[in-house]
Design a protein around this ligand. Sequence first.
Ligand SMILES: C[S@@+](CC[C@H](N)C(=O)[O-])C[C@H]1O[C@@H](n2cnc3c(N)ncnc32)[C@H](O)[C@@H]1O
Length: 218
Amino acid sequence: MSNREGTPKFPDSYIGDKSIEYDNSTWMERNQKKTTLLCLQYLRDDKLDNLGNYNVLDGNHYIIVDLGCGSGFSSEILVDSGHRVIGIDILIDMLSKAKTKKKNLENKKNLELILADINYLPLRKASINHIISISAYNFIIYGTETIRDKFKTVNNTAIYLKKILKPKGRIIIEFYPKDEKELEIFISSFNNNGFDGFMIKKNPAQKAGQTYLLLKKR
Ligand SMILES: C[S@@+](CC[C@H](N)C(=O)[O-])C[C@H]1O[C@@H](n2cnc3c(N)ncnc32)[C@H](O)[C@@H]1O
């Protein structure tokens, strides 16, 4: 998600003082939480098929992975919505803030936080109901130089995400591809590796920038 100073850079925007600034920003908190609530709606979008009856009050909890959970704004909303959440982040400066938030959660046992790379997830096959990622997925190609490397990284990750999902598993991603080419690389990684779905953009004329991918395991 862009902030008032412009587009954030990985990892610089999320280390040391910048991570404190991020976590203290009420503007950022509001935006991350609003986007997470929208992604929870998209998770149940009938255009992906009817997901069936679901009621948290029946004790019917999903296990949701929050990819790039950062300082925990999104994970907090997911747990407060009644889900069991596994938050994954690669930077300890961000994850430590999520750990602090966890202490204040009513259902703290429903949040597990893991320091790991989205591209090398330490999760078991068919163990997860759904995956959500807010303002992080574009960073998975950080450090890749060539188009070939980018394709390889996003493909391998999509293949692994399919493996960890249970049948009927869905992925909702809100992210910021740099340009049309980059968007195409991400979309093809899911199309070619066992997912159906579609994209939503607030401004369809704009090829880069904020994009939602709504995906279901084929
Ligand atoms: C904008 S922040 C996340 C926002 C998050 N939704 C929240 O509520 O705070 C982006 C996060 O993605 C994480 N990230 C970037 N690349 C990653 C990777 N390869 N694996 C895991 N986390 C990654 C960064 O460390 C950063 O914390």
